[in-house]
Design a protein around this ligand. Sequence first.
Ligand code: GLU
Length: 291
Amino acid sequence: MSLYRGRFAPSPTGPLHSGSLFAALVSFLEARSNQGKWLLRIENVDAQREQANAHRSIIETLQAHSLIWDEEISFQSERSHLYEHALKQLADQQYTFQCPCSRKQLKERNGVHLETCNKQTINQKELVNFATKFKLLKTEFSWEDGILGKKHITCQNDFVLKRKEGFYAYQLAVVCDDIAQNITHIVRGSDLLDSTPMQLALYNALKVPPPKFSHFPVLVNSQNQKLSKQTFAQAVNNHTPLKNLLELFTLLKLPLPQKPSTTEEALKMAIKLWDKHYIPATNTLKHMPSV
Ligand code: GLU
């Protein structure tokens, strides 16, 4: 039995576009070609960024492309107890502090905290309007990336675990979920490379061995901008799923032996051929989807 457990963890901020479909596809092919499980987690920890019904549209698009996950879909909005538990564990071990400094203030002061912020854990009663941050005890982080090879990143800023508005931060939620779901392989876009050191610091503080991290290139448009809602990337057309998959296979230079007639058949062929060396070890990959 395979121990590989991977996942696709979209934030429901809008429908999937070809960049996010590519993310789903690459993590799916990696999991399936390793006889692994592939889980779907809707990362709606930040209610302010969530778009109503986006999760439904994401699910429909995955289903239309036969990218079918294992186990139940998990929703971060239903998992606060996990995050609170980890936060308490980190606080008990003096890894956290309450911080009144805004991002703007820290930027203006080159990362030096306000005089009123002594980076000390203070009385719970005084916590109104303070963010809970993680105290970084080291700044240099290295890991052997499954796609990019040896990576070394310097991370200097203490980072937020719970925002002053009461929301848990992405870094905390994603690590708690990946631990709780026994994820062994994280395969995601290079836009998240800078998050990996923070997550490694959390694994270390929580005394859990980290999963294997692999970062694939993010798809960019003709102006080298990451495909996203902000750069007006089109939603995936669910009426042409086979064509969409074949376009992504072409981008990966995956030589399918013959033209498949269904999405299932296309994925089956791709899984058989798949080797992660088809993923370019670069941070970006140009893609101009045909419409
Ligand atoms: N929810 C994150 C996003 O949509 C991905 C998190 C992850 O893969 O670690 O960008």
